[in-house]
Design a protein around this ligand. Structure first.
Ligand SMILES: [Zn+2]
Length: 368
């Protein structure tokens, strides 16, 4: 089953999967220096280095050794035919050389994960969210063979998952955007807790279901993805946690595909601020299937974007119509070759090398 729109975040730890993508529309994190905190809308957003996805959750996906340590993230952001590697400051140079070849200042300067942003929140709100994360974090480690209670505090657990979806939406760096109404409801919920001073908001309609992947820690190849262009229900897969959040009964009834998780998801208990959180376990094959489907979708997207780029290049160089198939095939073959380090292979630099080499080999341009 194919998603209606490709969506956009894959992290493969340890580079065990081979991927085929190129670089195009690259989203840049917000770096405004003078703006109000997105959560309280009162204080200046002075906090730098905010994690869009809580570190304790994301480290299970993209920390190189799966440890608790910071600055060990190592992954790829992929989407819209675009691949951008990122890595933390503590990654060893040998590992970087293995993936990127020469380690340049430019490479280091552009290495920050787009899931770490500046000036989104004020320090007070960052602290508030950190407290929610800290209190909730033990729940992530829980796993049982049958549906189980993963957290006893329904307000806390709902606040936590609300914070994940809300931050992903307001950050502008991930391919998820809640509707204005839902984003504002979550903001008020997070800002005030269950107090409704800011409005007559009713938070009982914020509901979610939670799946947990069995055996995840033994084989951490995983991905992070927020269902793209979906409005209520909203999905997220973050390592071994798969979440569906809804805001009304109509959305609950909608059957929206999400990498094969959708059927199991509808069997999982519905959680909200009134019920203690329950999670449903699913087997590891379900994650493998999801990664395969996601990778296939991105590969198709990559080829489509590459084809269009090459046709545009052809016209730019004075040609008519589309680029010759023989040249296109040679370029694609060059991209696949191991001469270009994996970290660059699907980037604009890698693509440029592949194009020039193919054009030289076919006599379109002279060899140097
Ligand atoms: Zn604030």
């Amino acid at each position: 089953m194919k998603q209606s729109v490709p969506c956009f975040f894959l992290i493969i730890v340890g580079l065990r999967s081979k991927m085929n993508f190129n670089e195009k529309h690259y989203l840049v994190p917000k770096l405004n220096t003078m703006k109000l905190c997105e959560l309280c809308k009162k204080n200046e957003a002075d906090k730098t280095g905010s994690h869009i996805i809580p570190h304790f959750l994301l480290k299970r996906v993209d920390n190189l050794d799966g440890s608790d340590k910071r600055d060990l993230e190592f992954g790829f952001r992929i989407g819209n035919g675009n691949v951008k590697g990122y890595f933390g400051r503590s990654i060893q140079p040998e590992k970087l050389e293995e993936t990127y070849g020469e380690v340049t200042d430019e490479l280091i300067a552009g290495s920050r994960s787009e899931m770490i942003v500046d000036f989104l929140l004020c320090s007070d709100c960052e602290k508030k969210l950190a407290e929610i994360e800290h209190s909730y974090s033990p729940s992530i480690e829980k796993f049982e063979k049958t549906t189980f209670k993963s957290n006893d505090d329904p307000q806390l657990s709902t606040l936590f998952w609300a914070s994940v979806f809300w931050r992903a939406s307001v950050s502008g760096t991930l391919a998820i955007k809640l509707s204005d109404e839902h984003e504002e409801l979550l903001r008020i919920f997070l800002n005030n807790g269950l107090k409704t001073e800011e409005s007559e908001a009713d938070f009982t309609g914020i509901k979610y279901r939670l799946l947990k992947i069995e055996g995840y820690q033994e084989d951490r190849d995983g991905f992070v993805n927020f269902g793209h262009n979906q409005t209520n229900p909203y999905y997220a897969a973050i390592g071994d946690q798969v979440i569906k959040m809804t805001f009304d009964q109509d959305a609950e009834k909608q059957k929206v595909a999400f990498f094969g998780f959708e059927d199991a998801m509808n069997d999982a208990p519905l959680n909200n601020v009134e019920n203690g959180e329950q999670s449903m376990p699913v087997n590891h094959e379900m994650l493998e299937h999801a990664i395969a489907e996601f990778t296939m979708m991105l590969a198709e997207d990559f080829m489509e974007v590459l084809d269009n780029d090459l046709d545009e290049l052809h016209v730019f160089l004075g040609g008519n119509g589309k680029m010759d198939d023989e040249l296109k095939s040679a370029i694609k073959k060059n991209i696949e070759q191991d001469e270009i380090p994996l970290g660059h292979r699907y980037s604009p630099e890698g693509k440029t090398i592949a194009i020039i080499k193919a054009m030289q080999d076919l006599g379109v341009i002279p060899k140097e």
